[in-house]
Design a protein around this ligand. Structure first.
Ligand code: ZN
Length: 205
């Protein structure tokens, strides 16, 4: 696949997202309450194991280029990052774990998953927008005594290069998704159908 090798990894991911219908166009109500004309649903790409594997190999390449060093375990917040953690772990030769949201708030490792103090742990998310879930998993790891070496995601929608401050952040694709407060939404102004909730987190009521 000479031609594919010449394509820059971020471009390759964008093409894969389009090819699998993971880049949705429409009128969306984001979990923040804002409206947007695009939405990224990485699960639609990750449902194809060979595409998930290829994207995670590319992401692992970004870590290698950055000299991130060896990784013992990859931890993603469930449900969104379960498959990603697994495939990224495969690409990095690490264990793939997921953390689960607790009813009382925060995240925990269950199912016998364990990270030990001193292990080199990477947190992953498919798309980083606010980075809230990843940040909560980072806090969980701090409490365990195994602070993460960084965060990795397929897509960065946070609008900046450092959504986690000084903590290293690795991603394949920076994607601008303009969003608006409902009263300023051009789609509403143009008389579009009411916005739909595309994600898994309930919209604020
Ligand atoms: Zn709108």
């Amino acid at each position: 696949m000479e031609a594919a090798a010449a394509v820059e990894p971020g471009r390759r991911l964008e093409e894969a997202l389009r090819a699998t219908g993971a880049l949705l166009e429409g009128h969306f109500l984001l979990s923040s309450g804002r409206h947007a004309g695009r939405y990224v649903q990485c699960a639609r790409l990750l449902q194809h194991p060979e595409r998930a594997e290829a994207a995670c190999r590319d992401l692992a390449g970004i870590l290698e280029e950055a000299g991130a060093g060896p990784v013992d375990a990859v931890v993603g917040p469930a449900m969104g990052a379960v498959v990603l953690a697994h495939e990224l772990a495969r690409a990095l030769g690490a264990r793939g774990l997921f953390a689960e949201r607790l009813a009382e708030g925060g995240f925990a490792l269950r199912r016998g998953f364990e990270v030990k103090p001193g292990e080199r742990v990477l947190v992953c998310e498919d798309v980083v927008t606010t980075g809230r879930s990843a940040r909560e998993v980072l806090e969980m790891l701090d409490e365990i005594g195994a602070p993460a070496l960084g965060v990795a995601s397929l897509v960065n929608r946070s609008g900046g290069p450092r959504p986690f401050g000084e903590l290293p952040y690795f991603r394949l694709l920076d994607l601008e998704v303009p969003s608006w407060e409902p009263q300023n939404c051009p789609l509403c102004a143009a008389g579009a159908e009411p916005p739909v909730k595309p994600g898994s987190r309930p919209a604020p009521s």
